[in-house]
Design a protein around this ligand. Structure first.
Ligand code: AMP
Ligand code: ZN
Length: 465
């Protein structure tokens, strides 16, 4: 049984989708005016892991992630560069895929965009006006938050508290400080579409209500995003959609905690961000992914070089273990499990149980990774040249099965064994030529990589330590 923490109830709840075996999941995607930073990457990666785990558990997941391609920041950037908003958003959607693919984020089932849904957005707003939940003011349209009795239910704030904390900007014609814009009248230099109220563009929140309903249905299973989206974005989505349909927008609301830098949220506005693109120049993409999954998604995580280095070392250990198994298999003939190996296998499988228990418990990737390391330790202690081919194969399969759920240890390594053999040959040659300094250096370098050489009457043998 899988449990998810539902922001709506502030409780871990058993996950039961509306249609057995099917999961409809909507994740709020990026505003495409720049490369995405490692904070954004955390949110995208943890929900990718949630999706992969649901698939591993046998669900068929329809995963929708939007691109916000109409936005003030896009317009600003377009005007600065003297190009259109479309030029900017198309460019950064392309760049998004480069980085997202690199860090192993599976492609969504669909990537709807605002610009492709303008008619649907207009129709949705019209219906909200007809139902009395929205009003026009000087060409803009606002949502009337006082009309929606449950406003504040996701962020657990009363409308009075929210009103006290909000204010009306001088150029806004809204009635209450908590009302929010659904349609904005065009200003000079901005893109605009014809509508019954003005030539203009949609506000931010409406796009997700429209797209979630259009692509997934009136009630979806999981709605996800970073923690900052709880209020106002998701609160407003609920107000819009539930006023529109009279049904819950989503059964489960899941939010990822922030990735921080010096204990402060990483964000573009604070200018304390690192783009994934730049980090990838320094660290392998799987190290980035490993780092992002090494904490539970509802705990804040601090970004720093030291932690990245630790992630790299940990990931190296996983790769070493896999290579070790592959190396052991190479020289084995077909051989069934031997007497006494059943217990070893049972012990290895107990780590899979722990992995599943951890992931079932609100996607605890931190504990799941710990279970993988226990598996590796068990493999390193119990599987050696004496093991049967069948047991080695089963160990490798298990290792690959669990790491694949997290999208880790996926890379085809250049064949390390061949590289080691080459270095050993080079060392033999150096010794023949009495270049002992070079021969010793090669031995030391290999040792630093965990490879020890043994000179035997049959030639040089090597093993991993
Ligand atoms: P944006 O492009 O700013 O709309 O953000 C895209 C996604 O990244 C949203 O789900 C945000 O909640 C999330 N996000 C932004 N900053 C952070 C951060 N520092 N840590 C985790 N998630 C973040
Ligand atoms: Zn959204």
């Amino acid at each position: 049984m899988m449990k998810l923490f539902n922001t709506l109830t502030r409780q871990k709840e058993e996950f039961v989708p509306i249609t057995p075996g099917e999961v409809k999941m909507y994740v709020c995607g990026p505003t495409v005016y720049n490369y995405f930073h490692i904070g954004n990457a955390r949110t995208f990666t943890v929900f990718d892991a949630m999706r992969r785990y649901l698939e591993y558990r046998g669900f068929n997941v329809t995963y929708v992630q939007n691109f916000t391609d109409v936005d003030d920041k896009i317009i600003k950037k377009a005007n600065e560069e003297g190009v259109t908003s479309k030029d900017i958003s198309e460019r950064y959607i392309e760049e998004y895929f480069k980085d997202a693919d690199a860090i192993g984020i599976k492609r969504a089932t669909m990537y709807p965009k605002v610009t492709e849904n303008i008619n649907e957005i207009i129709d949705f707003i019209k219906k909200l006006i007809d139902k009395g939940y929205a009003y026009e003011a000087l060409g803009d349209v606002y949502y009337n938050t006082n009309k929606f009795n449950e406003y504040g239910k996701l962020s657990k704030q009363s409308i009075e508290e929210l009103e006290a904390g909000a204010r009306i900007d001088v150029n806004e014609a809204k009635k209450s400080p908590t009302d929010f814009v659904l349609w904005k009248k065009q200003k000079p230099g901005e893109p605009g579409w014809d509508s019954p109220w003005s030539k203009g563009r949609p506000g931010w929140h409406i796009e997700c209500s429209v797209m979630a309903t259009k692509y997934l249905g009136e009630t979806i299973d999981i709605h996800a995003g970073g923690q900052d989206l709880t209020f106002p974005h998701h609160e407003n989505e609920i107000a819009q959609s539930e006023a529109f349909t009279g049904k819950p927008l989503s059964r489960y609301w899941t939010h990822a905690a922030f990735l921080n830098i010096n204990n402060e949220k990483m964000s573009k506005s604070k200018n304390n961000f690192f783009n994934v693109r730049d980090i990838l120049a320094e660290f392998d993409s799987e190290v980035v992914r490993f780092f992002l999954l090494s904490a539970h998604y509802r705990s804040p995580i601090n970004f720093g070089r030291e932690l990245m280095q630790q992630a790299k070392n940990a990931l190296d250990r996983l790769y070493n273990s896999k290579e070790n198994l592959e190396h052991l298999l190479k020289n084995k003939d077909k051989e069934a499990m031997k007497h006494g190996e059943e217990e070893v296998l049972q012990s290895l499988l107990s780590h899979k149980d722990k992995f599943i228990t951890a992931m079932d418990d609100d996607l605890n990737t931190a504990d799941a990774i710990a279970a993988i390391f226990e598996l590796v330790k068990d493999i390193n202690t119990n599987i050696d040249v004496e093991a049967s081919k069948e047991l080695i194969e089963k160990s490798l399969e298990l290792f690959k099965e669990l790491t694949a759920v997290l999208g880790l240890v996926n890379k085809k390594q250049e064949n390390l064994d061949d590289k080691i053999e080459m270095l050993i040959e080079k060392r033999q040659k150096a010794r023949k030529e009495r270049d002992f300094a070079l021969a010793d250096k090669i031995r030391d370098d290999l040792k630093a990589q965990g490879i020890v050489l043994e000179d035997t009457p049959q030639g040089v043998k090597w093993k991993r330590i």
